[in-house]
Ligand binder design. Sequence first.
Ligand SMILES: Cc1ncc(COP(=O)(O)O)c(C=O)c1O
Length: 412
Amino acid sequence: MDAGKFEGLSLVATSARRSDVRDLLHHASREGMISFAGGLPDADLFDLAGINQAIDLIQSRSLRRGLQYGATEGQPNLRAAVAELMRRRGVPTLLDDLLITTGSQQGLDLLARALVNPGDLVAIESPTYLAAVNALELTRPRFLTVPTTSCGMDVDALVSSQARPKLLYVVPTFSNPCGAQMPLEARIKLLQWAADKKVFVIEDDPYGELRFPATPALPSLHQLASHQPGAHGWVAYLSTLSKCMAPGLRIGWMMAPASVLDACIRIKQAMDLHTSSLVQEIAAAYLQSGLMDAAVERMRVTYESRYRVMREALEDAFGDQMTIGEAAGGMFLWARFNDGTHTRALLTEALRDNVMFVPGNAFYAQGNLGASELRLSFVTNATERIREGVQRLKSAHARLHAERSCEAIVQP
Ligand SMILES: Cc1ncc(COP(=O)(O)O)c(C=O)c1O
């Protein structure tokens, strides 16, 4: 055995995939790089004053509690503050309906472990948030990929497929990677189908609060399920403070039917006992301060103007060579080259110009799709850098195509 390679790795370890996006992020810290790659909120929009105020309050009032072990379900004051937030999102919520998780990513992992056995059929959007697929994959399911349209998961295609998966994972509000929002009728149809076929739905909602100012809020699947005959009890809901407060805190939450929530609490206990008490105290104090609303409003306004600048810059740079998706919130623009550009090759070229994005291929569970597609985050950079980044992308694209046509000339 070679000294660096241990051959006794478990099935879980061997099925754990590397994330392309994570692997790319080390380039993002390079001097001068303009990154449209990661789903990173703009750190300049973190509410430093408000969060500092919350930290000061914890230091003076509840530091001991923050340094102590806590309940697996989460600190009661954070659960109370999240319950209030959910009530304001239109969902009557009690403390016992909530499990605080270490980011919504942990919620995905817990639900996968609680619900999926090897070989179970799990429906996902195609393309989708690949870190969710990575979490699900550890439980060794089979995947049923459902195509997406500009309206998110193609519910009609799913319903007419006659498939009966055990579980469905969906990001109906400003999806990652496409930024799509599923319309109300499709949400209702999806829930009718789930209730009818007895399919458990995981609704992942990290971006719902980041709707552009003029975008009306749509009810979540979770919210609709309580009014939909038979659908109640078939939806788990995940959300997070990562996008509206700060991702480094790693605070998310889960709402699910009691037996599923209880299973997740037992599994979480075995995984990490509980999410950091100190960070939960800080998050609770910040939510209680009421300052997050203004911070989120600033993000909505700023992100929408960046979205418009990015779209316009891409349209000017690429014209008919590119089809650009629409977003009404969230963080991502999804685009496709119509001129045969291979976006992995373009990325290699773009990195030489200090600009990066994620090639579309990274978001498909089947490796050979999305070769001409790409995801661009419009939130991380201010407008001037967005324009500059798109210009760099344009030169990388021109160079790639110039090289290709030279190859075509020399290779008979
Ligand atoms: C769709 C989706 N779900 C979950 C997450 C993970 O969020 P968290 O930071 O709360 O773990 C992300 C992060 O980018 C995401 O895009």
